[in-house]
Design a binder for this molecule. Sequence first.
Ligand SMILES: O=C[C@H](O)COP(=O)(O)O
Length: 252
Amino acid sequence: MRKKVIAGNWKMNKVLSEANRFVDEVKEKVPNSEQVEAIVCAPFPFLASLVEKTKGSKLKIAAQNMHFENDGAFTGEVSPVMLKDLGVTHVVLGHSERREYFAETDETVNQKTHAAFQHGLTPIVCVGETLEQREANETMGLIETQVQKALQGLSEEQVANTIIAYEPIWAIGTGKTATSEQANEVCTHIRNVVRELTSEATAEQVIIQYGGSVKPANVDELLAQSDIDGALVGGASLEVDSFLQLVEAGAK
Ligand SMILES: O=C[C@H](O)COP(=O)(O)O
């Protein structure tokens, strides 16, 4: 059985003292279960401190983005080498906010996914459609293209170790969750795309998260779906109690 992966994406929120307090509290309470993995995706300035605080605990620390080059003249950017050196374990790539506001493309997401594996970081690759695309019946084709392009050129083992997050853009931060059936339908499609690209065994192994207004009230139903292996959570990951409730739901 696949484990559940609950990742809290803080986006551009909190200051260092709040981040430290959150992690001090949460790290003691993450269930000691092989069934669930808990990750906090924090802004760059907090990463060193949070990694230090979580050493020896079950809570993992992720970055929310990175450049694909190891180093060089890229003012304002952060490299995979830097993240790995800090002890970060995961990195979110291609979040729809990065695609919309920072010109992230399927090609750069693919370059970053390769760079993550080269440096031993686990990528959490985000895909998802807009409301207009859903209403025009383009969801399945678009998701297929995004997944294929993100995974292009990866080895089968790397694909198996990629976390794919399905986040319908119309459900992010809007309070409009996709129904669990809608979410699962797309997650099943993603697993089928992975199966076509690789093999049955890899498709069965790959972790597929749902993201978009996940909260304690709807997480159980979402996680009960056949192809939803966790959640990428924005708003409800900012408070200790709700984040822990989500992680506990993953351990059930
Ligand atoms: O990365 C997380 C997603 O964008 C979901 O955000 P949300 O839970 O606030 O809707």
